[in-house]
Write a protein that binds this ligand. Structure first.
Ligand code: AMP
Length: 393
């Protein structure tokens, strides 16, 4: 099966071809015909399944011959990085059309956005800044024919649901097509879906489980040895790009610095950075300038960096769903990947919950040659610290 089967407009088909897409992924195969027909869709899809193109291609197809009288499609996504990425995908897939796309999110000046909003066919936005534009009356959503709520569960986690409901009141209620994508279906998202979707087609891809292309391993370790073990694991097992997750912004920054000092090209991505620095970190990781990106969960969703060979949970995620999202950053588009998790005694309960969702036993690994019994004061982390001190003087 190839993309011809959908009878997409030739310019849109060319976009898919120039992106190198030959065979549609399962979510594309299932969703594209329904979206082209104008049905509402609820897509329960894992990350990395190709769901972005599953909505972008039919949206481009629908808009290409429609009157250009304002914003015809609105895509709402939780993070700036994801919004940028969707926008890049639209530019790539819509490169052979004359349709225009623009982005709206916080952390950058509002005036250029106000100008760009006057001349766009597709808007990709984060909820907070979009609401800001609505309140300033600098955006007109009255012509939106298709609304996409992407990564809806993360928008809920981030507290965006009230904003989304407010945005919805400013949009056409009739004759609007709504597509809602979520990797998991907490009850609040089901309720939102019931409220906003009309006779939706429900599509489940992977049923919310982890990608099959990812293998999992756990590394039990004492808390004070985590950094030392991580450095060993990276040296021992990781030749490609590595995404490391921490629980807090502070830990992301400090671990990124430690890895850099240990000699690895590393950077960190967390919410305290300016938009420009977030983008620079992500671009550097994408280009291979940095082998390692240490991130908080802000980077866990949707971010598409091809060829991430390893995701390492330095800190165990706070929910099993967050585990799925984090590890969804590797094993993308049918490539294989490995997900490592450092497990301390305090993590036992969460580890059990995650094992439940993975649905199989997880290999427990011990690294030979690593001193698991090193006392706190003489841990490798401390040694690194004293080496740094020596280097300074
Ligand atoms: P997504 O789940 O939308 O973030 O997509 C994951 C990755 O798969 C991205 O790198 C896409 O460019 C890629 N992709 C999407 N659809 C296809 C396809 N039909 N063939 C090959 N790669 C694809």
């Amino acid at each position: 099966m190839n993309f011809d089967i959908f009878s997409l407009h030739p310019a849109v088909l060319k976009g898919a071809q120039s992106a190198g897409y030959i065979v549609p992924t399962p979510i594309q195969e299932k969703a594209i015909p329904h979206v082209m027909k104008g049905s509402d869709v609820m897509g329960l899809a894992q990350t990395g399944t190709g769901k972005t193109a599953a909505f972008i291609l039919p949206i481009l197809h629908g808009l290409i011959n429609a009157p250009r009288d304002g914003i015809g499609a609105l895509i709402i996504a939780p993070t700036r990085e994801l919004v940028d990425q969707i926008h890049q995908d639209i530019k790539m897939l819509g490169g052979k059309t004359s349709l225009r796309s623009t982005v709206v999110y916080g952390g950058v000046g509002i005036n250029p956005q106000i100008q760009a909003l006057k001349h766009t066919d597709i808007l990709v936005a984060c909820p907070g800044r979009l609401l800001d534009h609505i309140n300033r009356q600098t955006v007109d959503l009255s012509k939106v024919k298709t609304l996409v709520l992407d990564e809806a569960d993360q928008m809920f986690d981030m507290g965006f649901l009230p904003d989304i409901r407010r945005i919805l009141t400013r949009m056409p209620q009739k004759n609007r097509q709504t597509l809602l994508f979520s990797a998991t279906m907490p009850k609040e998202i089901r309720r939102l879906a019931n409220d906003v979707l009309q006779n939706p087609v429900t599509l489940e891809i992977g049923a919310g489980g982890p990608a099959k292309t990812v293998s999992h391993a756990w590394f039990p370790v004492a808390s004070h040895l985590k950094t030392a073990l991580l450095i060993k694991i990276i040296g021992h097992s990781c030749k490609g790009s590595v995404l490391v997750f921490t629980r807090t912004k502070f830990r992301a920054k400090s671990l990124g610095d430690k890895l850099a000092k240990a000699g690895y090209p590393s950077t960190s991505l967390q919410g305290n950075l300016s938009q420009a620095r977030r983008q620079a970190a992500l671009n550097g990781f994408r280009s291979g300038e940095y082998q390692i990106l240490v991130a908080t969960d802000i980077a866990a969703r949707g971010i598409d960096v091809s060829k991430v060979s390893h995701v390492i949970n330095y800190d165990i995620p706070s929910t099993p769903e967050a585990y799925i999202h984090r590890i969804g950053r590797t094993g993308r588009a049918e490539c294989t990947g490995e997900a490592f998790t450092l497990i301390t005694q305090e993590d036992a309960l969460m580890a059990k919950a995650i094992r439940g969702i993975i649905g199989s036993s997880v290999e427990q690994r011990r690294l030979t040659g690593f001193n698991y019994d090193a006392p706190m004061a003489s841990s490798t982390g401390e040694k690194i610290h004293s080496q740094q001190r020596r280097a300074r003087y």
